[in-house]
Every structure is written in C-alpha cells, then in structure tokens.
Design a protein around this ligand. Sequence first.
Ligand code: NAD
Length: 471
Amino acid sequence: MNNLVKNYIDGQWVEWHGDSIDVHEAATGDVIAKVPSSERLVMEEAIEAASHAFEDWSETPLAKRIKVLEQLHEGLKARAPEIAETVAREVGMPIKLATGIQAGLPATVTGSYLKMLPDFPFTEQVGNSEVQKVPVGVVGCITPWNYPLHQVILKVVPALAAGCTIVLKPSEIAPMSAYILADILDGTDLPKGVFNMVCGLGQEVGDTLIKHPDVQMVSFTGSTMTGSLIIQAAADDFKRFALEMGGKSASVILPDADLKTAVKGTVNNCLLNSGQTCTALTRMLVPADRHDEACQLAAEAVAKMTPGNPLTETTRLGPLASAKQRDKVVDYIKLGIQEGATLVAGGPDAPEGCEQGYFVQATVFGNVKPDSHIAQEEIFGPVLCVIPYKDEKDAIRIANGTDYGLSGAVWSADQAKAKAVASKLRTGQVFVNGGAFNPLAPFGGFGHSGIGREFGKWGLEEFLEVRALQL
Ligand code: NAD
C-alpha cells in the first residue's frame, strides 16, 4: 500500500496527520493507497505560497520557464511505465491503452507546448499599441479521475508556461499519478511555491480554492454540476474560469457510409476507458432502415471487448473507477430497460468472471428515443445508445438535441458531404470519417460541456490576460 498522506506546498512535502481517503484498485476493490482528506487551512497555506511565488515567476524569462518544462517532459517520459501502471490500477484502463494514452498523452502535450512556446507571440504590435499577454495570476486547478494525469497536464503545463503559479486539487478517487507529477516537478528547477498540490474532498478544499480571493482563475475539468458551482463562486469576485465538463456526443452515420467501419469506429470510441471519457460517442445515429443491421454490427464489435484485469495484456475492457460509478451506470442500464429501449447486448449484471471490482458489461441499446433519459444524460460507462433517424435534417436535429456539445462524428462515403454535416453540429470537435485526434487543435465544449478551450495556443491563452500599451 502506498502511503501518500502528504501535500506538496511551497516546494516541500508536508505530512498530513488528520483523516485520510482510501484509493481503491478498480479491478479488485482493494485499498492501494491513502491520501489526505485535507482541511481548509492547508489549502489556504498552499494558496499563500502560490501568491508569494507569483511576482518572481511571472517575471522569469521564458527561456527559464521552458527549461523547467523540458525537465518535466524528460521526467514524464522516464516514468511512463510507472504512470501507466498506476492509472491502470486506480482508473481501470487496460495497460496497453494506459501506456499510450494515460502515460503517453501527458508527454506528447508537454512536448507540443515546448515546440510552440519559443514562437508564441507574447507581445504583438497593433498600430501604435504594444499588446502584451501576461499571466493571469494564481490558478486553482481542479481535476477529475478518468484521465487523471492528462487533465492535470493540460492545465499545469500551459499555466506554468504563461507564468502563472498553481494550486492543484487532484481527484480524490484517482490521485496517485498527480503525486508522481509533483515528485517530478520537485526534481526540476521550478522555484518553491510555483506549483502546490493539496489533496482532499471537493466540498472541503476544492470549495476553499474556488472561493479564495487570492486565486485569480479556476481551471476545472469535471462534472457539469460542479462546474456550475464554480461559475457561481467566481461571480463574487469576478474570478476567471475555464470549464471542461461532460458530454453526450453523437456519431452520425449517413446513409452512404460504410456501416461496418462506422459502427466499429463508434463502438471503439464509446467503450474507450470503459466509457469514462468525456468525448465518448455514446449516441449512434443511424438511418431507420439500417437500424437492425447497425445493432447487429454493434453487438459483434462489443463481443470482442474482452473484459478483465487491466494489467493483463489481452484485456480490452477494464472496470469502472469506483463502486459509486459502477452503481450509477448499472442504474442507467436498468432505466434504459424500463424506458423501453431494446437491450441488444450486455445488461445490468457484472460480466462473467469479473464479479470482484467495479466491472460493468459493455451494453448496447437499440431503438432509443432521442428524448429518453439514457439518450440525454451522461452515463459515463460502457453504454451505447443506437438512435434511428428519418433523414439528414432529423439526424442533425437529434445530434444537436442535448444540453451538451463536446464532441461528435460524421461518417459518409462522400468527404465533402460529411464535412458539410459536421459543420452543422453544435459541438467543440467533430471526427470526420475517423479523422485523427490532434493535440494542437482546440478542445472544449458548447453549452453545458464547457467554457474555454484546452490544447495548443488556445489552451495557453486561457492563462493570459491582455494589456495594451498605447505608444
Ligand atoms: P466531479 O465534478 O465530481 O469532480 C471533479 C473535481 O471537482 C474533483 O477533483 C472533485 O473533488 C472536485 N469537486 C467536487 N465538488 C466540488 C466543489 N463543491 N467545489 C470544488 N471542487 C469540487 O467530476 P468527476 O466525477 O470526478 O469526473 C467526471 C466528470 O468529468 C464527467 O462529467 C466528465 O464528462 C467530466 N470530464 C470532462 C472532460 C472534458 O475535458 N470536458 C474531461 C474529463 C472528464
């Protein structure tokens, strides 16, 4: 068992002697670590450290900030196997995928900022004005459990690059990879107080962070419900915020698409990380006359997702991250049956041989009504809803018919047609005929999915204020 009952404040590990939070192995339910359930006072100390460090760090030359990020980049690469195993255990993603995504993406994102930073226009001349982009101040970063290090990196790297100082409150459900990050940063030339990390419950230390007057910005990834609390807290002192939240993304399969490819692409995307992905394509929209064929193909694709321990190389579907999340998903599966959707594959029982831990069967519902609960609400588990549509107009209406707008997909034999339909989707990104994920492109949501963007120059600009000198 890992004893992580400590916080990282002002360049030092500070032991915590109060209550602790158990971290569970998703595949077994065993306790694998303990982290602090810190009190508000500890968060206040971390914010004070970040406030003190701000003046110097904000004036540190870019070259020095880049050097620290290079050291971080090296550390992330060197410790990738440890990161992958840690996240596979605490979240449940199969090890092969965890190696590529949970450990690989943080290094890739850091590398992408290192490439971009030397040429980023921190000052621009506009007529007689010099426009300066300056760090926003102390940033509170609050993150969820599904891609626990990746989501931290998307905030910490651009915030440090911008010259901000940071207090991170990682997820209490999957906090262990954040401890590896803090350890890596501790070994770099980062001055003390620039990065601080306090672990604990959202309603306790998270609440202190979002309401503290010395925090100029909150960068949050998590549920829409918590995002709404952050907007309300920010209203009191005009704090800036960037919110990355939930989704209910549609995969629109047009009548001329290769159905087999489109269904396979949609199922694989939907089941990634056992459906615990904010961008998951959880609604598959198919022409009504091809509904049954699409369901059959989805059932075949799902049958290939061997469930099992994420540390076993052959596993394709791991458990969910917590008992609470498993119970929530099982309740949604029962609700789908009650709502009259056709259960095509899976169901509410744990997969055979996976009764321990937090496993849920990969489940496909057919004939799902667009306005039903399972088609409207984020389930965050391995559940695909197949929704029949009449014509293209109907498909676009259904795709845009939720409160969310984070991701989407369009499939067609005609790329121009697919692009035209993609351009009508009210969502932050659309995968056209399986286009590749691009870490330099902006990522974020319309509507209840978020405010602001991460990745690339858009992710950096979130942490910058703009000042114009009239010369
Ligand atoms: P959550 O909102 O419950 O928790 C996220 C973080 O907020 C945690 O660190 C938690 O401790 C903290 N928190 C909770 N209550 C708080 C409060 N009152 N004040 C301050 N902080 C508080 O979300 P979760 O269940 O951990 O994550 C799942 C959600 O995250 C899903 O809705 C998913 O779609 C979303 N998500 C979005 C993206 C994206 O980029 N759009 C990425 C990943 C996950």
